[in-house]
Design a protein around this ligand. Structure first.
Ligand code: PMP
Ligand code: GLN
Length: 405
């Protein structure tokens, strides 16, 4: 008798599957969202906004799916969208990109990251990662055959440090993955940081895979400087963006990759075997959206900044120590003072988040989940891209929880 599907799968599980994924934990975003559901909690964990996204952009997508082309779009992306990306970055970042040889569309920034790592890494190459880091980086580096070298960033400033870079870079360094603005810390690297990293890229002949998905979500009048725009780095950077963050449409998974033609040629080869293409109606809608007025982008920032300020004030009032949030949908709190008040220095962000979701019914993300080693365990991340009702409700619950100790 042929083995049942269940039997053959479980044999394969133990003997044949790749351990990088077979042994990978469920992501912290999934875990906390599940706990939030289980405890009927306000979910300020996984980063997605309550805002449904601009109606005209969504209408374009709907219109395109009903009356437009629904077969494979071109492998590099719809020409309209590639041109819109080049124009958008010219308008906002003064970048001069040739849309035909330097811009490609992917199924989200995540695919762009995977394509870049697959295209660059040969087994044994070293890749510098900055912790805290987005959860996809490490497994993708490892699965591509790379060896991760970590640079640990620490609160409250999370700045780059020359000695730490010197320790992580080596003649085997092929690439770095650099996320700016940085999720989860909500910080924007300074020009000095970018210059410092640039010097290391040149010295070690390395390429930066620049995850800039948060490039539009900056506050307090800050502006984004893409690493690729820094002097001497035009040919050393792969710039990655995402419509998900620009338009508060995180489920859309439309990403953009920009790089010099000789790099792009190879990225395109990886993309052609990973997804080949991205839904055409979403591409059409994003092409339209990228052309929206400066006021739209400023308004989006202002709305988020107002929510940030309201939530930060509430958390401070509730007795938490709020760290500066200069970008992203996130705001972090430092747990050290409340543990110190209890006379404890065994700070444990994961335990705090578990108790908070169970007892206060508010879900957040322990920042230690973004580290592979040398964990910082004193910081918790909240998503404030939510309705005022949810933010105010969460503050009320957190205040009681903190008071109780
Ligand atoms: N990188 C970072 C730093 C992110 O925060 C996210 C999503 N939150 C992504 C990549 C993934 O982007 P996408 O949904 O476009 O794949
Ligand atoms: N980027 C989102 C966050 O940081 C999560 C995305 C995901 O769930 N993979 O919360």
């Amino acid at each position: 008798m042929a083995p049942s599907l269940k039997t053959s799968l479980s044999v394969a599980m133990t003997t044949r599957l790749n351990p990088i994924f077979a042994d990978a934990p469920t992501t912290i975003f999934e875990t906390m969202s599940r706990l939030a559901l289980q405890h009927d909690a306000i979910n300020l964990g996984q980063g997605f906004p309550d805002d449904p996204g601009p109606e005209d952009v969504r209408a374009k997508a709907a219109q395109a799916v009903v009356s437009g082309w629904n077969q494979y779009p071109p492998m590099m992306g719809l020409p309209d969208l590639r041109q819109a990306v080049a124009e958008h970055y010219k308008r906002f970042h003064k970048l001069d990109l040739d849309w035909q040889s330097e811009v490609m569309i992917t199924s989200g920034a995540t695919e762009a990251l995977a394509d870049s790592l697959l295209a660059l890494i040969e087994p044994g190459d070293e890749v510098v990662l900055f912790q805290p880091m987005y959860d996809a980086y490490l497994p993708l580096v490892q699965r591509a055959g790379g060896i991760a070298k970590f640079v640990t960033l620490r609160p409250p400033h999370w700045r780059l440090d020359e000695a730490a870079l010197e320790a992580a870079f080596s003649p085997k360094t092929k690439a770095v993955v650099f996320n700016n603005p940085l999720n989860p810390t909500a910080t924007v690297f300074t020009r000095e940081d970018l210059e410092l990293l640039g010097r290391f890229l040149v010295k070690y002949d390395a390429i930066a895979i620049c995850d800039e998905v948060w490039e539009h979500v900056l506050f307090d009048g800050l502006t984004h400087t893409p690493l690729i725009a820094m002097p001497g780095l035009r040919e050393r950077c792969i710039k990655i963006g995402s419509a998900g963050k620009i338009f508060s449409l995180t489920g859309w998974k439309v990403g953009f990759v920009c790089a010099a033609p000789q790099i792009m040629k190879v990225l395109a080869k990886a993309h052609q075997y990973v997804t080949f293409t991205t839904p055409p109606n979403l591409q059409t809608a994003v092409a339209y959206g990228l052309g929206k007025t400066d006021e739209y982008f400023a308004g989006m920032r202002q709305t988020l900044q107002t929510a940030r300020d309201r939530f930060a004030a509430g958390l401070t009032e509730a007795g938490l120590t709020v760290l500066p949030s200069k970008a992203t949908y996130f705001l972090n709190v430092d747990l050290a003072p409340i543990y110190a008040a209890k006379g404890s220095n065994a700070i444990d962000d994961a335990d705090f988040c578990t108790r908070m979701v169970e007892q206060a019914k508010v879900a957040a993300i322990p920042v230690s989940a973004f580290y592979a080693e040398d964990h910082v365990r004193s910081v918790v991340r909240f998503c404030f891209a939510k309705s005022y009702d949810k933010l105010d409700g969460a503050v009320e619950r957190i205040a009681k929880f903190v008071k109780k100790g």
